[in-house]
Design a protein around this ligand. Structure first.
Ligand code: PGA
Length: 257
């Protein structure tokens, strides 16, 4: 059992693969074939977030393997004249349980801000989806000692959340995403403790994942940090082999508690 301050974790960790804008149908089929008979270990929940075009084709295949399906984004209206958008109900229809919201690439490249993120959260909850809310600081913010203030502002979207709403938070330092840099175990432990404290203040007791260059070589060390309950994995989730090594590392850590 891991402890950090007043926070105690007994939840099953989640390893979620974020494929971003990668993956054609043949590659996705190959991924599932490469999974072969690898079973998802009981100690860990596993989920995959492919691009929208692969949600329906992967839905049943992943279900047979005990892997949950999620999307990488959603719009907040249930239907209507919103060309190019996808609704929470459509994601449910495709078999999704999860939806990633507020990923730093959406904040920084698409300009998504708290107001929009709040609407998406509410829409995801009303459709029965579990949001994976991403938060994280830029390098300059960490260097300026602003990390906690940034995370607090990003978590403010949860102020009006319904009590007991299904939620997972992913802490992804922006400087560690796709760069090969990872936060040190000390940085991860300290920051996750702060996030759990903030969540408690806001009335949420939920899983907090770590994300940012998680790979088979560093997964065990990161998953063993107090307050870390899984990972959001980008690049290393594109190959079945490296993804499942991360799943196994998380399972070993969970079993050793
Ligand atoms: P990465 O991406 O593992 O490739 O750094 C993580 C993410 O952006 O969710």
């Amino acid at each position: 059992m891991r402890q950090s301050g007043s926070y105690t974790s007994r939840r099953r960790p989640l390893i979620a693969g974020n494929w971003k804008m990668h993956g054609m149908l043949d590659e996705a089929q190959q991924f599932v074939a490469d999974l072969g008979n690898i079973a998802s270990p009981d100690q860990v929940e596993v989920a995959l977030m492919p691009p929208y075009t692969l949600l329906h084709p992967l839905s049943e295949l992943l279900r047979q393997k005990g892997i949950q399906l999620g999307a990488q984004n959603v719009y907040y209206e249930p239907k209507g004249a919103f060309t190019g958008s996808i609704s929470p109900l459509m994601l449910r229809d495709a078999g999704c349980r999860y939806v990633i919201l507020a990923h730093s690439e959406r904040r920084d490249i698409m300009g998504e801000a708290n107001e929009l993120i709040g609407k998406k959260l509410a829409a995801a909850w009303s459709a029965g989806l579990e949001p994976i809310l991403c938060i994280g600081e830029h390098l300059e913010e960490r260097q300026d000692g602003e990390t906690n203030a940034v995370l607090r502002r990003q978590l403010a979207v949860l102020e009006d959340a319904p009590e007991g709403a299904a939620l997972t938070v992913a802490y992804e330092p922006v400087w560690a995403i796709g760069t090969g840099l990872t936060a040190s175990p000390e940085q991860v432990t300290e920051t996750h403790a702060f996030i759990h404290e903030e969540l408690t203040r806001l009335g949420h007791d939920c899983r907090v994942l770590y994300g940012g260059s998680v790979k088979p070589e560093n997964a065990a060390e990161l998953m063993a940090c107090p307050g870390v309950e899984g990972a959001l994995v980008g690049g290393a989730s594109l190959q079945a082999d490296s993804f499942m090594k991360i799943v196994q590392a998380a399972a070993d850590v969970a079993a050793g508690e």
